[in-house]
Design a protein around this ligand. Structure first.
Ligand code: P6P
Length: 324
């Protein structure tokens, strides 16, 4: 059933909004590739047990984490569609230790970092999961390997997908943040959330309260302050928690712990892309000490603490965490 024919498709939106902006040249091809991959992952997520994508492969990935069948399927799909887009020089996936290089022609000048299926273990219990993409331009003066670790602030765009009660693809450029809902009847992504901005009011905080005892004193004080003033919403799926907080107002934290000072989440394909989206939507994203986008990466899979959401709430929380 086609839900709406009155709203822009993602292609119509990109043609109307991005064409003519030299900084975005070719980005539409990358987003179309992500949309194509998302349709395929959406089908797997919906089929789940029927497509034999539940459970683990029995292997561990380069991070030493248990690999879910959907992790591998999603990574294979997004690496394939991005590599075939004609505009991507290399893809770095959480599931693949080394970058997948697809070519170094003049047109292939994007580098894409992706967490292809974030929160994948939730698929076994039919809970919302997501895909995350950070998009940089290759440095024209350097080789691909030399320019893989782009400074975070040089990110050209970011995108994420939330596979929930509906499948929503959210794109962010310096021109703004826009959400597109998959119309399963027509397989089109329809503009349903134009110009997304964080609401003024921060309603929710999202943190794993079960880790409270692992936190240092200032961080415990910061979490206690949030607990005393906001409602707790924690799915255990970063994209689900971030998307709700972006639309309804909220702050997400995965802080460093006494035994794990850099926390759990990845800089290049979780914190950076969502930090880019947050900043373009009027929010903020910090590690324990600085804006996420000010971090100069040292390796593609490095971890970082992440405090992400309404700007005022994030800045106040980080100030307390720093002993303020
Ligand atoms: P915990 C999912 O495994 C994930 O990487 C993120 O999507 C999520 O925010 C976080 O880990 C949840 O971690 O330790 O609270 O289960």
């Amino acid at each position: 059933m086609s839900i709406s024919t009155e709203r822009w498709s993602i292609s119509e939106f990109m043609e109307s909004t991005w064409s003519g902006d030299a900084e975005l040249e070719g980005l539409d091809a990358v987003i179309r590739a992500i949309a194509d991959g998302t349709r395929r992952v959406h089908d797997l997520v919906q089929a789940a047990a029927l497509a034999d994508v539940l459970g683990t492969t029995g292997e561990t990935n380069v991070q030493g984490e248990t690999v879910q069948k959907l992790d591998v399927a999603g990574s294979d799909i997004f690496v394939e569609v991005l590599s075939k887009s004609g505009w991507v020089a290399a893809v770095v996936s959480e599931e693949v230790e080394d970058p997948v290089v697809s070519g170094d022609s003049a047109e292939q000048n994007f580098i894409v970092y992706t967490d292809p299926v974030d929160g994948s273990s939730n698929i076994d219990v039919a809970v919302t999961i997501g895909s995350i993409f950070g998009i940089w331009r290759k440095d024209p003066g350097g080789t691909i390997s030399e320019t893989l670790l782009r400074p975070d602030r040089e990110q050209v765009a970011a995108a994420y997908v939330v596979y929930g009660s509906s499948t929503v693809l959210v794109t962010a450029t310096r021109g703004g943040v826009n959400g597109f809902t998959l119309d399963t009847g027509s397989s089109e992504f329809i503009l349903t959330h134009p110009d997304i901005r964080f609401p003024e009011k921060c309603q929710y905080y999202s943190v794993n309260e079960g880790n409270f005892r692992k936190l240092d004193g200032p961080t415990q004080r910061a979490v206690t302050r949030l607990r005393d003033s906001l409602s707790l919403r924690y799915v255990g799926s970063l994209v689900a928690d971030f998307h709700r907080n972006l639309l309804k107002g909220g702050i997400f934290l995965y802080p460093g712990e006494l035994e794990r000072p850099n926390g759990k989440l990845r800089l290049m394909y979780e914190a950076n892309p969502l930090g880019f989206v947050a900043e373009q939507a009027g929010g903020a994203a910090y590690s324990a000490t600085q804006p996420i986008l000010d971090i100069h990466p040292e390796n593609p899979h490095q971890r970082t603490p992440l405090i992400l959401g309404n700007k005022a709430e994030v800045e106040q929380t980080v100030a307390i965490m720093q002993g303020g």
